[in-house]
Design a binder for this molecule. Structure first.
Ligand SMILES: Cc1cc2nc3c(=O)[nH]c(=O)nc-3n(C[C@H](O)[C@H](O)[C@H](O)COP(=O)(O)OP(=O)(O)OC[C@H]3O[C@@H](n4cnc5c(N)ncnc54)[C@H](O)[C@@H]3O)c2cc1C
Length: 383
């Protein structure tokens, strides 16, 4: 067993951290959060550094990295802000989904554009009546000659309104079969006629934003269907594994940042003549937080390692996602307690973590759904 990262992996982590320290300053992160502004400048730096290209094979213009690189970058971005991670990860995991399931022509057309920054990507599965039960989706696409016509309503599509965004949209293409055999995946430009986006006002994750999308007779050429018709459910499940890996890495980085901020505060803040970190109750809170963050990191790297080895990582990923999101949310809550009233005011960063973290046990599959998956893989049958 070896718990060390390679020299190249450490260099990658350092270079991401240096770039973020330069561009994603505390003022910058605050501005994108308060003004609900997409972090275009940071995204440009991803492109310049080749971070988006990292996970793609050289034959498509990528740098030939692997899922470990993807997770290392995600963890470092999460350390700054969960939305910085989101800007990177939504493009990369949707691009990887295309790499694994798209036609040769689609890969040659879209992937170079994604890596050069000409396009970004996002994902839209959820509908008002189809959240955890994604198979209940009602939006449809019907074939008309050389086009598909998309109709319906989606909700909670993160970053769908960013400039030059192509949305990976899952819709029903066969209503007469089980949903697993009747969903297809389409690539839809967010500016196409008939696509109407509405940014939702959210508690946290305000920089990327999450959108309601109305599709009103949206016409896309036949080559915007990814892979085979009616195979979308299977593409979605495989793609979700990569999404969960990136988000879990983001939770780990973000939770560590919470601990670092709380330790710094507890060392500085004096009450009753001594730093509050010297009170055993506060020190123990910090010790518990760090222990839980370390445990969530071990689950993360174990899952990443399984994926990198091509093993079935579903159980490991679900456990890492479940524990990582709950650890981040709990750490942000305790971090606020440690900072007293100052944690609650907008001037300090802890409140952003508190707001951002609250979404993580809901998004990319709720904690309850992760427990269902884990229990099923243990041979149980939770209802
Ligand atoms: C900030 C944010 C960003 C998002 N980004 C995206 C995105 O980019 N693309 C996208 O497609 N979606 C996105 N989502 C949607 C997200 O994936 C859904 O919110 C999530 O899957 C839950 O669906 P729901 O909100 O409809 O809740 P529901 O499914 O209605 O769940 C409500 C509650 O019931 C529980 N529950 C439901 N079914 C079961 C069950 N079988 N067993 C036990 N408990 C159950 C849930 O765990 C939850 O506690 C985003 C959501 C948010 C808040």
């Amino acid at each position: 067993m070896d718990f060390d990262f390679t020299e190249e992996q450490n260099m990658l982590r350092d270079s991401v951290r240096k770039m973020l320290d330069r561009i994603a300053t505390p003022e910058y992160i605050k501005d994108t959060d308060v003004n609900a502004r997409y972090p275009y400048e940071v995204y440009d730096a991803f492109i310049e550094m080749g971070l988006i290209s990292m996970a793609f094979p050289e034959e498509y213009g990528g740098l030939g990295g692997d899922v470990m690189d993807f997770a290392i970058i995600s963890e470092e971005l999460g350390r700054k802000s969960y939305d910085m991670l989101g800007a990177y990860a939504t493009s990369v995991f949707n691009g990887l989904n295309l790499l694994h399931n798209g036609s040769e022509a689609q890969k040659r057309y879209f992937l170079p554009k994604l890596m050069s920054g000409e396009i970004r990507m996002s994902i839209s599965m959820t509908e008002p009546d189809a959240g955890s039960d994604a198979g209940a989706m009602r939006a449809t696409a019907r074939r008309e000659g050389n086009e598909w016509v998309i109709n319906g309503q989606k909700v909670f599509a993160t970053a769908a309104g960013a400039k030059n965004n192509i949305i990976s949209v899952y819709v029903k293409t066969d209503l007469n079969v089980h949903y697993k055999d009747g969903i297809s995946l389409f690539l839809v430009d967010n500016t196409l006629p008939g696509v109407n986006l509405r940014k939702l006002d959210t508690l946290g994750r305000r920089s990327l934003g999450t959108y309601e999308i109305f599709f009103d007779n949206v016409r896309v050429p036949a080559d915007r269907l990814v892979g085979e018709p009616n195979r979308g459910w299977h593409y979605m499940l495989a793609g979700l594994q990569l999404e969960r890996l990136a988000t879990t890495a983001g939770y780990s980085g973000a939770a560590q940042n919470v601990v670092d901020q709380a330790v710094a505060y507890a060392s500085e803040r004096k009450q009753f003549g001594k730093p509050i970190g010297n009170f055993q109750s506060i020190a123990h809170m910090l010790a518990d937080m760090q222990t839980e963050v370390e445990a969530s990191r071990l689950l993360l790297w174990h899952a990443a390692w399984q994926l990198a080895k091509g093993k079935d990582a579903l159980k490991a990923l679900s456990m890492a996602k479940l524990f990582g999101s709950e650890t981040y949310a709990k750490a942000a809550n305790t971090g606020m307690q440690i900072m007293g009233g100052y944690g609650y005011i907008m001037e300090f960063d802890m409140q952003r973590h508190y707001r951002d973290a609250r979404s993580t046990t809901i998004t990319a599959g709720t904690s309850q759904m992760q427990r269902n998956i884990i229990a099923k893989l243990m041979g149980l049958n939770p209802k």
